[in-house]
Structure formats: structure tokens, C-alpha cells
Design a protein around this ligand. Structure first.
Ligand SMILES: [Zn+2]
Length: 447
């Protein structure tokens, strides 16, 4: 296989920083037509230990907060001897950096090339600063040519928010600079590209890839009928990347059927960038181990958990200059497995279980919203838009009918029976036809 090179060759390739050595590491892989995806575990772990130590040395030198925290935890120098010892490094909580632009900044403010913000739905935003070298050099060093098959023959429609958030601009950079793919910067239903225009552009430019959220992928497909655009004929996609929200695999299967292509999940965050991506086997997400080290910890005690145990996902970025995230507590839950994936990738496999605050307890059992969604979507007569309202010992469900001959009463009965079978809790069901579509993050749990 011929390796794709980065399309952009600018003087930033001469940019020097503590990450210098990794340019050589990845160049050596390129020269052998290898990527990190299939390296022997020992090689991946050797690289990660070296990258973590480089990051620790960088933050020790450049950032007071990180250094003080390391010293408080008994570090007299910024070095760990093994990946297991990463558990001794203090974790970083969202609340420490929320609303604070400087706290973990490791470069002079004038060196910042781009700032991304979290949506701030739960308080003040988190600011993440990047240097241009972060974006256009270091972030592109590790390649994943098995996971991403896109190239310069593709046209990628990016229907994700572009205003300050990472997803839109992040995918744009990935497609343009890593794969040389043409990009349609659609955004999510904004002034310049409302839904009809977005669909029209995808048709006109023959988009082959779509990156968006599960709810927006459903919305675009739904609305296409209204605008006379035939999915599968006018728009023929090869692949959809979903990010920003999770969804159940039944919801995903519906999208695959609707769009007639493979749908893969991409897990990342504004703070940490790309974290893990599904391979074609769809048996979990391969951790992007060139970019991040992922650990699972007990959310109560902070103790590191072994493979197979579910807990909070903690991420350390490996190749960041402006604002490295060291053991960042994501608030998401999941568990890790050693890869025995038939795709042949050796990178660890992450199984996501949603966000901690969204876990719903019913009848003494904990359910992730995706599990409940999966149960609901098992009923083919139910549409893609719904609400769950958990109450005392009951679950209220608002759902829409979908291509069904059932009356509303019959559908409500069917949902009640099915959900009672699945979760053993009585449900109240309200059939509606007006559940609001959203251009933001879909809110499906109402408390
Ligand atoms: Zn795989």
C-alpha cells in the first residue's frame, strides 16, 4: 500500500518543541509503510511511555499548576518508569479548568493559533488552546489508514458545529490535511447552510462521506423526502461518521438502512480531541493510541481499574504543545479490553457506556440511556425522536409513530408491553407527533 503523505508542507514542519522526537518516530513508521494501528503492543506502549514522559517534562517546565500538583503528589522530577505508574500522576478535573483560560496553558498566549470551547451546557465553558503546530503538525503525525479509508477522491460533508467547538473544525482539518479530501463545511443548520441547502450541496458535489451527530443524520434523512432529494440516488454515501452524541446500535442500524452505508462512531472531546474510533467490525472503539493514553478509574475512589471493569474514562493527550491534558477525567463511562479484534488492529478497544450523570436507575437497576433507547428502537413502529422522563418507580416515554398502521392507542400498548418486558418497570406512554427536532445536542432524557 502506498502511504499517503500530508498534503500540506509548510515551514511549520521546521517548528521545534518537546515533540521533536516523535516526528522522527512517525516518519520511521511512514518509511516502512506502517501505522501505529497494528504495531506490537510493546512498541505502542514504549511509544506511549516516552510520550507521557515528554508531556510530563513539558508541563513541569511550562505550567505552575501542573507542577504544583505533581509535587504535592510526591514527584521530585517529572518522570514515570512504567505505564502502570501513570496511576500515581494526579488527575485533572473539569472544574479546575472550567472557565479558566490559563490554568493549564503551557505556551505564551501569543503562540495560540486557535481556541476551542465546550458547549458549556453544564456551566462555564472549558477553553482549549492549540498552537498551529498542534493542529497542523503534531495532531497529524499518527496516521490511522486502516480506520480511515478516505482519500483525495472523496468529498466529505461536515455537518457539525463550527462555531468554537472542536468537531466541525476538527473533522475539516482531519479530512483536508490527513487525507486530502475535499470538504463541504455544512455546519448544523446555520444561516449559511440550512437543512435544504445542506442536502442540495451534498447532492451537487456528490458527497461520499458525512460527519455529523446521530440526531442530525436522522434529521437530514427525514427532511430529504420533503425537499425531493432521494437518499441512495441523489446522495450516495460510502460512510457516515457519528460523533458528539451517542446512540444505541439499533438507532445506528436504522441510519445505516436509511442512508445505505456503513455508520461508524467517532469518540472524542473538545478537551482531548480524538480518543477512539470504531473499526469496520463495530465491536467497540479502538483507542487512538498515537494521540491518547486511555485509562479507566473507579469514579468514587479514583483507583485505576483493570481491563474489563467499567468506570470513568480518563484521557492523557500525548502530542500537545499548548494545552496537554494529563489524566483528564472525562465524565464518560466505559471499559477497556485488550484488542483481539478480527480487524487486526492492536490498539485497545474501548466500550462506551455514556455519561455518568445520564445513568437512569429504574427498579434498582442502572441503565444507560442508549440501552433504554435500544429497547425502544427494537419496536419498528417507533420513530427516531422520543423523550424519556424517569420518575419514582416508573418511566414516562414520549414517542412518535413511524411508518405504522397501528393506532396511537395500539402503539402505546405495544411500547408499554415491550418496555415492561425489557426493564421490568411499568411505563407511561404518550404518543406525540411534535417532538422538537434540534440543531443542537439532542436532549432525550428529561428530568
Ligand atoms: Zn477492530
Amino acid at each position: 500500500m502506498k502511504m499517503q503523505t500530508h498534503k500540506m508542507t509548510v515551514s511549520m514542519d521546521d517548528h521545534s518543541s518537546h515533540l521533536e522526537v516523535f516526528k522522527q518516530f512517525f516518519k520511521a513508521l511512514d518509511d516502512q509503510s506502517l501505522t501505529i494501528e497494528k504495531l506490537p503492543r510493546q512498541d505502542i506502549e514504549d511509544y506511549q511511555l516516552q510520550a507521557i514522559n515528554a508531556a510530563l517534562a513539558h508541563v513541569w517546565e511550562r505550567n505552575e499548576y501542573y507542577r504544583a500538583k505533581l509535587e504535592e503528589h510526591g514527584f521530585t522530577k517529572p518522570v514515570i518508569d512504567s505505564l502502570e505508574q501513570l496511576a500515581d500522576v494526579p488527575m485533572l478535573n473539569k472544574n479546575v479548568i472550567r472557565g479558566d483560560k490559563q490554568k493549564i496553558l503551557c505556551v505564551e498566549p501569543k503562540e495560540i493559533g486557535q481556541v476551542h470551547l465546550t458547549s458549556g451546557t453544564s456551566g462555564k465553558p472549558i477553553y482549549t488552546a492549540y498552537t498551529l503546530a498542534d493542529q497542523y503538525v503534531y495532531d497529524l503525525l499518527p496516521k490511522y489508514l486502516e480506520l480511515f479509508q478516505e482519500s483525495d477522491v472523496d468529498v466529505a460533508a461536515v455537518a457539525l458545529p463550527y462555531e468554537f467547538a472542536l468537531p466541525g473544525l476538527g473533522f475539516q482539518r482531519l479530512f483536508q490535511f490527513a487525507f486530502g479530501t475535499a470538504v463541504l463545511s455544512l455546519g448544523k443548520g446555520g444561516y449559511m447552510a440550512p437543512v435544504d441547502k445542506s442536502l442540495e450541496l451534498m447532492k451537487e458535489y456528490q458527497a461520499t462521506v458525512l460527519a455529523t451527530t446521530p440526531s442530525y443524520a436522522a434529521l437530514l434523512a427525514e427532511e430529504s423526502e420533503r425537499y425531493g432529494i432521494r437518499i441512495g440516488e441523489d446522495i450516495k454515501l460510502k460512510k457516515i461518521y457519528l460523533t458528539g452524541e451517542g446512540c444505541s446500535h439499533t438507532f445506528r442500524q436504522r441510519l445505516e438502512k436509511w442512508w445505505g452505508c456503513e455508520v461508524s462512531f467517532f469518540y472524542g472531546s473538545t478537551e482531548c480531541g480524538v480518543v477512539a474510533v470504531e473499526c469496520s467490525k463495530h465491536k467497540g472503539y479502538h483507542v487512538m493510541e498515537g494521540h491518547v493514553k486511555v485509562e479507566i478509574v473507579d469514579p468514587e475512589t479514583g483507583q485505576k481499574l483493570p481491563y474489563g471493569k467499567t468506570g470513568e474514562i480518563v484521557v492523557t493527550t500525548l502530542l500537545r504543545e499548548a494545552m496537554p491534558m494529563i489524566r483528564y477525567r472525562s465524565g464518560d463511562i466505559g471499559y477497556l479490553q485488550k484488542s483481539s479484534c478480527t480487524c487486526g488492529l492492536t490498539m485497545d478497544v474501548l466500550h462506551l457506556r455514556g455519561r455518568m450523570e445520564n445513568i437512569i436507575t429504574l427498579g434498582g437497576e442502572d441503565y444507560s440511556p442508549f440501552m433504554l433507547e435500544h429497547f425502544l428502537m427494537e419496536i419498528p413502529d417507533v420513530g427516531m425522536w422520543y423523550h424519556f422522563k424517569p420518575g419514582e418507580g416508573t418511566l414516562k416515554i414520549e414517542a412518535e409513530p413511524f411508518r405504522t398502521t397501528l393506532t396511537d392507542d395500539q402503539l402505546a400498548e405495544k411500547i408499554k408491553k415491550h418496555m415492561a418486558d425489557r426493564i421490568g418497570v411499568a411505563c407511561e406512554v404518550d404518543i406525540r407527533r411534535d417532538i422538537p427536532r434540534t440543531f443542537g445536542k439532542a436532549t432525550r432524557i428529561l428530568i
